[in-house]
Design a protein around this ligand. Structure first.
Ligand SMILES: Nc1ncnc2c1ncn2[C@@H]1O[C@H](COP(=O)(O)OP(=O)(O)OP(=O)(O)O)[C@@H](O)[C@H]1O
Length: 607
């Protein structure tokens, strides 16, 4: 029973794949269907015309022998007309097959693009938590790597199976006139090999799925070993042999499993295939004997021989389709699993808070990362009013960036709530919220795009606005080095594309800072260690400028440099996810606690 449902599983996703192909191009799908039917029926017609040729040849020969007449057009024409008809049929088959392959290539391109766009559109709706979940990330990688070519593969194979099915059926119609038993023997002989194909294809997929983490590790190692941003360190630390060895080791394990499966699959395929061949040649011998006995005409024998030959071909093609379809189906299940991944769409609709001008409030906020053992933040309460600045300090891993992730709604608090202008962040329309926040994270993105576009990324509405690029670059202190570049704002950045210029760490940081300034409409500015890679002059200038910006905006600054932190209106010292001291610089110094100790420690270092 399981085998049967396994086998029927072959068709599980065919309908969805077909719908996808139909939505991609109706004309091409119809053309494909038409060519499939034509290419399916015509071989049987050709076999039948073959019979007519032989029989009419035999008849014409007998006629000439009996009458002793010499060859005449009238005598030969009845035979030649069939030959001409067969030539026509063969030409039509060739046309249908060319039509099939042309339409398939066109559909492949269109469909690949459509599925990739679907995958990327879906990626845009997912939460950060989903991206950080390795199992989910695995699904995404698998979907991207394989599934873009699979839907058309499935449809092609479904069509090819249909085409071969039609051929086999029409051969059956011819064969049943000889003997229904012969037909039955052939069908029964072919079933075991079909079943084994379906089983092994299933095994292959499960193998593929189970080891996808290993495959992903292999892909990762490829990236580390061959990409410009990691090669510097890999070379200097001499990591190549070690990583390459790991890469080889993974391959060896995977290859061993592959080899086992391939050997089992092919040996069973061969043995069970023999059964089919046996049945086939049994029926073949039967036809030959019947012809010798005179029950079948020479023409009929020729037809059956052709039917057998082509039938064998159609059968093995169907077999290939079935095994491929099974795999395609399983891969598609992965694609749909990914596409159907539930997303908790932010449901808020607010464009304005209940108390405009109230600023940001955290009320007893705690947060634990999905799957983490302990909380990254516990019981955080704070208030930041417009025009005020807040600095977060604390050891590595104390929870500073996590607080920003909650504020920007990349994650939801596990307990407590965060209010903006008196309303819970959950109630806010997510785009309105994001428009109000300008943020640069430590790991900001270095887009391999033009300088200007790297700035424009901060405000999609002004993505191409050169005037705004220049203003932002001035505020972000990037103007000088951009002006010195060969094509100024139109210089390509990064090394991936032709003519790309690489920047220094500090210059990239200035680009990121300018990007945050692009967000003019934002009244909350968050800088997560924005100046770590800048020189001291630049840092001083950034903060001088920063103060000018503070009039009506809320600024949140994360930094390990106490010299810059001290100017903030409000300072939070965070340890293990909790606030342990807070107040302005003077107050914290007067308290003479951890902040004061750390401040003095750093000040000594600078002296
Ligand atoms: N995506 C994540 N999934 C699970 N745990 C995380 C994740 N990101 C951070 N953490 C954990 O949460 C804690 C707080 O991390 P966070 O990045 O907020 O620290 P931070 O104070 O910004 O540190 P740093 O000064 O090094 O930037 C750390 O213990 C870290 O291991």
């Amino acid at each position: 029973m399981r085998q049967v449902s396994n086998f029927l599983g072959v068709f599980r996703y065919s309908r969805r794949a077909l719908r996808l192909v139909w939505q991609t191009s109706r004309r091409l799908t119809l053309g494909l269907a038409l060519c499939t039917v034509v290419a399916g029926v015509l071989p049987a017609v050709a076999a039948w015309v073959g019979q007519l040729i032989v029989d009419s040849v035999v008849e014409a020969m007998a006629y000439h022998q009996e009458t002793g007449r010499s060859l005449s057009v009238a005598g030969v024409w009845p035979v030649l007309r069939y030959v001409a008809a067969e030539a026509g049929i063969i030409a039509a088959i060739a046309l249908a097959q060319r039509g099939l392959s042309a339409q398939q290539s066109l559909l492949r391109a269109l469909l690949g693009q459509k599925v990739n766009v679907m995958i990327l559109e879906k990626a845009g709706t997912l939460s950060l938590a989903q991206f950080e979940d390795s199992e989910f990330y695995d699904k995404l990688t698998r979907a991207r790597r394989e599934a873009s070519t699979r839907p058309l593969g499935l449809v092609n194979k479904t069509f090819s199976l249909t085409q071969n099915g039609i051929s086999l059926f029409s051969f059956g119609v011819l064969l049943v006139q000889f003997s229904p038993w012969a037909l039955l023997i052939l069908v029964i002989g072919a079933l075991p090999v079909f079943a084994s194909e379906a089983k092994f294809s299933g095994d292959a997929f499960h193998l593929f799925r189970r080891r996808s983490p290993h495959t992903r590790m292999q892909m990762y190692l490829e990236t580390v070993l061959a990409r410009e941003d990691s090669i510097k360190e890999v070379k200097l630390f001499g990591l190549e042999p070690l990583l390459l060895e790991r890469y080889r080791h993974i391959f060896q394990t995977l290859y061993g499993e592959d080899r086992n499966l391939t050997l089992r699959r092919e040996s069973w395929g061969f043995l069970l295939g023999l059964l089919g061949t046996l049945a086939f040649y049994g029926a073949y011998a039967w036809v030959v004997v019947e012809t010798i006995a005179g029950t079948l005409t020479l023409g009929e024998m020729t037809m059956y021989l052709m039917v057998f030959k082509q039938g064998q071909g159609a059968l093995s093609a169907s077999l290939t389709s079935v095994s491929g379809m099974y795999e395609d189906n399983l891969y598609l299940s992965n694609l749909y699993e990914y596409l159907e991944q539930p997303v908790s769409a932010p449901a808020g609709t607010r464009h304005e808070g209940e108390f405009p001008g109230d600023g940001i409030r955290f009320e007893k906020v705690s947060f634990r990362y999905p799957g983490a053992e302990s909380s990254a933040l516990s019981d955080i309460s704070l208030h930041l009013a417009p025009g005020q600045s807040l600095a977060l300090v604390g050891r590595n891993g104390s929870g500073k960036t996590t607080l920003i992730k909650l504020l920007t709604r990349l994650y939801e608090p596990t307990q407590g709530r965060i209010l903006l202008d008196g309303s819970d962040l959950k109630e806010w329309d997510i785009e309105t919220l994001h428009r109000r926040i300008g943020v640069i994270f430590q790991d900001f993105v270095r887009y391999q795009l033009k300088v200007g576009e790297n700035l424009g990324a901060g405000d999609v509405e002004a993505f191409e606005d050169e005037g705004r690029w220049e203003t932002a670059a001035r505020q972000g202190l990037a103007e000088d080095f951009i002006d010195a570049m060969p094509q100024r704002y139109h210089t390509q950045l990064g090394r991936w594309f032709k003519g790309g210029q690489e920047l220094s760490g500090g210059q990239w940081q200035k680009i990121a800072l300018s990007r945050a300034y692009m967000r003019e409409s934002a009244d909350i500015l968050v800088l997560d260690e924005p100046t770590a890679a800048m020189d001291a002059d630049a840092e001083a200038a950034v903060f001088a400028d920063f103060r000018r910006h503070r009039h009506d905006k809320m600024t949140i600054l994360i930094s390990h440099r106490f010299s810059t932190v001290r100017t903030a209106d409000h300072i939070l010292l965070i340890e293990n996810g909790s606030i342990i001291e807070q107040g302005d610089h003077q107050r914290l110094m007067n308290q003479d606690g951890s902040y004061a100790r750390l401040f003095r420690l750093q000040a000594r270092g600078y002296r």
